[in-house]
Design a protein around this ligand. Structure first.
Ligand SMILES: [Zn+2]
Length: 486
C-alpha cells in the first residue's frame, strides 16, 4: 500500500443499506415478520405471490420508515409510489419485488461522521419488501446438489438507504455505517443486527486519478455481512481497480462477490442497469399519500437520537465526551445508565463502572448489548457499598461478577463471602505492627529516605487481609507508625 502510485488515486464509495423494519407483520400481508421461526411457517398467498392475491401496505411499516427518514435528515415526499422491480430469482416467487423507483418515500438527507468531520449525503430512503431465502445444501452454491427455499422472510418490510458517493476511505465507510446503525437503533425502527440479516450492506466503489472531474466506472459488492467485510472489501477493490487503471485498462461495470475466506473480490456478473429491471408502477397499489399532519406528528414525537443524548450527558451530567460516545453505542446501554442515575448513582462513577467492568465482562463472555446481565438496582447498591466504605473498589469487581453469575444482591454476596472491608482501627493497627515487625529492612530503607518502599508495606497489609483492608486507613496508620519511629 506504500507504492508511489497510491497517492495519485482516490476512491469514491456509495453505500446502499437495507434495513428490516421492526414490525410485527409483513409489508403487504398480515403474516408474522418474526425472525427464526421454522421454515415456511409464516406465509400466505400474498407473500407467496400467488395469482390474484392483492397486497395492502402495512401502516406501521410506513410510520417506521418515516421516522427513519427524519432521523437521517431527509425530507419526506407526501406522495410516493410503489413500483415493480422485475428480476427472476428462486426465492422471489412473483418474479418481481415491490419497491419504489422514481418517487421514493424520502430524499436529500445526510449523516455526519466525526473523523474527518464531514457530511455524507443521503440520496434517498425508499420502502420495499424483502425476498425469501435460499438455503443451498452444501457449502457453496457451485457444489450444492439442491437448494431449499424458506419464504418466511418474503415480504418483510425493508427500507433502503442510498448514500451519495461521498465516502473516500474504508474508515469513512465504517464510521458512516456505525452512525447509521446507532441512529436507526435509537430511532427504534429496527434491531439493525447484521448477523441476523436485518441490516445488509451493498457497496459501490469507483476509483479515479486525483483531480479528475468525472467519476470512474463503479463496481458493486452485494450483501456484505459485517463492517469488517466492508472495509476489507473496499481496500482490496481500491487496489484492484487502481492496478487496472495504472496498466492503462478500463474498469468494467460489474457486480463482484467478496470472498471472506480468501479476502479477494470475484466477478459475479456484469452489472445490470435499472433498464434491465423494467420498473413500472404497481397496478395493485395506489400511490402512497401521507398527510402533512401525519408527518408533523411523527416529527414532533421523535425519540432522542445519540447526538442529543451525548449532549445531555456532557452538558447536564458533566460526563466527558468519550463517556457519552461509549454509553450511546447501544440504546440498551444508555437506558441502563439512565436507570442507574435515576436510582441515585453518581453519573461519573456509574459511567466508569459500566465502561470498564460491565462492558469488559460482557465483551469477554460475548454477551450482546441488549442482554445486560445485571439489574440497575444491584449495580447501584454495589456502588453504594464502595461509597459507604463497606467494600473496596478492588473487591467490588469480584462482587460484580458474583452478582452477575448468581443474581443475588451485592449485600448478600458480601455477607456470604465475608468480604466486608476492614476499617476497624484496632484490627488494622495490629496487622500494621506485624508487617512493620516482619519487614525491618524495608522500614530502614524508608527511614533512609527511600519512600518508594512505602507501597510495599501497604501491599503486605493488603495481602494479609486478602485485599479487605481499607486502603486509606492503612496508609494513615502506616505513616503514623513510621513517623513515630523516625
Ligand atoms: Zn403473507
Amino acid at each position: 500500500m506504500t507504492d508511489k502510485g497510491h497517492e495519485a488515486y482516490e476512491m469514491m464509495v456509495g453505500l446502499e443499506v437495507h434495513v428490516e423494519l421492526a414490525t410485527e407483520t409483513k409489508m403487504f400481508c398480515r403474516c408474522s415478520a418474526r425472525f427464526g421461526d421454522p421454515p415456511n411457517s409464516n406465509i400466505c398467498p400474498i407473500c407467496m405471490g400467488l395469482p390474484g392475491a392483492l397486497p395492502q401496505p402495512n401502516a406501521e411499516a410506513v410510520r417506521l420508515a418515516v421516522i427513519a427518514a427524519l432521523a437521517l435528515n431527509c425530507s419526506i415526499n407526501l406522495r410516493s409510489r410503489f413500483d415493480r422491480k422485475h428480476y427472476f430469482y428462486p426465492d422471489l416467487p412473483k418474479g418481481y419485488q415491490i419497491s419504489q423507483f422514481d418517487i421514493p418515500l424520502a430524499q436529500g438527507g445526510y449523516i455526519e461522521i466525526d473523523n474527518p468531520r464531514k457530511k455524507i449525503r443521503i440520496n434517498r430512503v425508499h420502502m420495499e419488501e424483502d425476498a425469501g431465502k435460499s438455503i443451498h445444501a452444501g457449502d457453496e452454491i457451485t457444489t450444492a446438489r439442491y437448494s431449499l427455499l424458506d419464504f418466511n422472510r418474503s415480504g418483510v418490510p425493508l427500507i433502503e438507504i442510498v448514500s451519495e458517493p461521498d465516502i473516500a476511505s474504508p474508515e469513512e465507510a465504517r464510521q458512516y455505517l456505525e452512525k447509521l446503525q446507532r441512529t436507526l437503533a435509537y430511532a427504534g425502527v429496527s434491531d439493525v443486527k447484521m448477523e441476523e440479516g436485518s441490516m445488509r450492506v451493498d457497496c459501490n466503489i469507483s476509483v479515479r486519478k486525483k483531480g479528475e472531474e468525472t467519476r470512474g466506472t463503479p463496481c458493486e459488492m452485494k450483501n456484505l455481512s459485517s463492517f469488517r467485510a466492508v472495509t476489507r472489501a473496499l481496500a482490496y477493490e481500491f487496489e484492484r481497480q487502481k492496478e487496472i487503471l495504472e496498466a492503462g485498462g478500463n474498469i468494467r461495470r460489474e457486480t463482484r462477490h467478496w470472498d471472506e475466506a480468501e479476502e479477494v473480490t470475484k466477478l459475479l456478473r456484469v452489472k445490470q442497469t435499472s433498464d434491465d429491471y423494467r420498473y413500472f408502477p404497481d397496478p395493485d397499489l395506489p400511490p402512497l399519500e401521507l398527510s402533512r399532519e401525519f408527518v408533523d406528528e411523527i416529527r414532533d414525537n421523535m425519540p432522542m437520537l445519540p447526538e442529543e443524548i451525548v449532549r445531555y450527558y456532557t452538558e447536564e451530567l458533566g460526563l466527558p465526551e468519550y463517556d457519552g460516545q461509549v454509553l450511546t453505542m447501544d440504546p440498551a446501554i444508555s437506558r441502563f445508565f439512565d436507570e442507574c442515575v435515576s436510582l441515585g448513582g453518581d453519573p461519573k462513577t456509574v459511567s466508569n463502572w459500566i465502561m470498564v467492568e460491565l462492558l469488559g465482562y460482557m465483551k469477554d463472555k460475548g454477551i450482546p448489548y441488549d442482554e445486560i446481565p445485571v439489574s440497575a438496582e444491584h449495580f447501584v447498591s454495589m456502588l453504594n457499598l464502595i461509597e459507604d466504605g463497606l467494600i473496596s473498589g478492588k473487591i467490588a469487581k469480584d462482587v460484580l461478577v458474583s452478582v452477575i453469575e448468581t443474581g443475588k444482591a451485592p449485600e448478600v454476596i458480601v455477607k456470604e463471602k465475608g468480604l466486608e472491608q476492614i476499617s476497624d482501627e484496632e484490627t488494622l493497627a495490629k496487622i500494621v505492627d506485624e508487617v512493620i515487625a516482619n519487614n525491618q529492612s524495608v522500614v530502614e530503607e524508608i527511614k533512609g529516605g527511600k519512600d518508594k518502599a512505602f507501597g510495599f508495606l501497604v501491599g503486605q497489609v493488603m495481602k494479609m487481609t486478602k485485599g479487605k483492608a481499607n486502603p486509606a486507613k492503612v496508609n494513615d496508620l502506616l505513616r503514623q507508625r513510621l513517623s513515630e519511629m523516625m
